[in-house]
Design a protein around this ligand. Structure first.
Ligand code: F0G
Length: 460
């Protein structure tokens, strides 16, 4: 089958605006060449992120009507808690308004100043919270993950030799946990294998180090394990998700992705003392421990979303295969992008797309802006701008991966939107020499990619 069809039909539609190139040129100029600063209504197909952009099901919309908006003890919290316990298997649940709030609380409680936190590549908010808590992030992902042309099937895996080196250097007591992400976002949505996680569990048991899962895209990761890892073809997505979580001590989760909701998150764990402390923190920063920043109806929609994502294997197959479909079109058009194709997004390789723009002139930022002008499709920079500056030296981090992410919202766009997107990007690739680099006109100190403004560097 060339394309696995959407396992749903459309009941409500939202019109989107078709614009001219002149209109889009003015819009991107006004936005300082930063796609985060565009107005959503000026965007034709929004592939900025898969975060909070899902279409909810009729059952989720129905669940919204059953919100119990009590300040304390909402029945929707108890149902959400049960859904998380049933699907992910953790004992204790602390709700938060989104993922970074869970990261904040976890980092504050588990990291002491001077600690080291290894992880399978960084995520922007995750690393920032580790650093704000006084920790130092260390990347221990396998080398293949930094090479966009390497076809390793599990590029999210941890390199245990790198982890061993860190343990030898700083000692296990200085490592409170390893931050382990499923379908590693910054690597291109690349999965971890169960074999890697099993080995990591053994290693961490030996050294007394916790494994804290970034559970944001575990369902997508489970699909790759089912498809690619020996021994998992006959296991359900639900069983695989449960097994992944069982090897870990707890998780943070941005429920705005796999959870199929527009807002929500949680922290979950098996350790009771950690739970008691996390509950004490959540009331300071988020809200009472039975809502944590979500309304009752948000929690109702999330409980339904968590169950729906794994109820059958069809949803996730459609979801990941739709992403792959876009990737295959770009492959056919010879547009350089990260392989294998990730779960939530296709990542264009801006280094190879724009060989004539050097990294200090932000090729990925420039490419994202040009894609918008060419097509009305909004993408996101994931390169030098996102990586930020080294807090010690103040220099740009110059990451190996200089990417533009075309992120597919869940259940929102159809195959023809993918066809249109690919066609526009292939056209742009053919005239890539015309693109120019950018320079900052405003650079925020932290998470600069969200609000930075740029201007084009004039050509010769
Ligand atoms: N962890 C991962 C792997 C993420 O992708 C995100 C968010 C977070 C944590 C933070 O969660 O946004 O709910 O606070 N990723 C979004 C993205 C923003 O576009 O990739 P949050």
């Amino acid at each position: 089958m060339r394309h696995f069809p959407e396992p749903f039909r459309i009941k409500t539609v939202e019109p989107i605006k078709v614009t001219t190139r002149e209109y889009r040129e003015a819009a991107i100029r006004e936005a300082g060449y930063n796609t985060f600063l565009l107005k959503s209504e000026d965007v034709f197909i929004d592939l900025l992120t898969d975060s909070g952009t899902s279409a909810m099901s009729d059952a989720q919309w129905a669940a919204l009507q059953l919100g119990d908006e009590a300040y304390a003890g909402s029945r929707n919290f108890y149902d959400l808690e049960k859904a998380i316990q049933d699907i992910f298997g953790y004992r204790y649940v602390v709700p938060t308004h989104q993922g970074r709030a869970a990261e904040h609380i976890m980092s504050k409680l588990l990291i002491k100043a001077g600690d080291w936190v290894p992880g399978n590549m960084y995520f922007t908010t995750t690393r920032l919270h580790q650093e704000l808590a006084g920790g130092n992030f260390v990347d221990v992902i396998i080398d293949e993950a930094h090479d966009p042309t390497n076809a390793h099937p599990f590029k999210g895996n941890v390199d245990l030799a790198k982890l061993q080196k860190l343990v030898d250097r700083v000692g296990p007591d200085k490592i409170p946990y390893i931050s382990y992400e499923t379908c590693v976002n910054m690597a291109g949505g690349q999965p971890i294998s169960m074999a890697n996680l099993r080995e990591l569990r053994e290693f961490c048991d030996h050294h007394g180090i916790k494994i804290m899962l970034d559970n944001t895209r575990t369902v997508e990761n489970a699909y790759f394990i089912q498809k690619r890892e020996q021994g998992y073809a006959d296991k359900s997505i639900k069983e695989i998700v449960r097994e992944i979580c069982a090897y870990t001590d707890g998780c943070t989760c941005s429920a705005k992705k796999d959870g199929l909701v527009n807002m929500g998150g949680f922290l979950a764990m098996n350790d009771e003392d950690f739970f008691v402390e996390a509950k004490a923190q959540v009331v300071i920063y988020e809200g009472l421990h039975t809502y944590g920043g979500m309304s009752g109806r948000d929690m109702a929609a999330l409980a339904q979303g968590i169950r729906e994502a794994v109820a059958t294997d069809d949803y996730i197959k459609y979801r990941v295969e739709q992403t792959n479909y876009l990737g295959e079109l770009l492959t056919a058009g010879e547009v350089p992008h990260v392989i294998p194709h990730g779960g939530h997004a296709i990542f264009l390789d801006a280094r190879r797309f724009l060989r004539h723009i050097e990294q200090e002139q932000f090729p990925a930022q420039s490419l994202a802006a040009a894609i918008f002008v060419e097509t009305g499709v909004r993408a996101m920079e994931r390169g030098n701008v996102s990586a930020g500056r080294d807090p010690k030296t103040g220099e740009n981090r110059r990451p190996a991966l200089e990417l533009v992410r075309l992120t597919i919202p869940r259940r929102v766009y159809t195959q023809s939107h993918m066809d249109y997107t690919a066609e526009g990007i292939i056209n742009l690739y053919q005239k890539r020499e015309q693109l120019r680099g950018l320079r900052f006109v405003f650079e925020p100190k932290q998470l600069r990619f969200f609000q930075a403004r740029f201007e084009p560097i004039a050509g010769d």
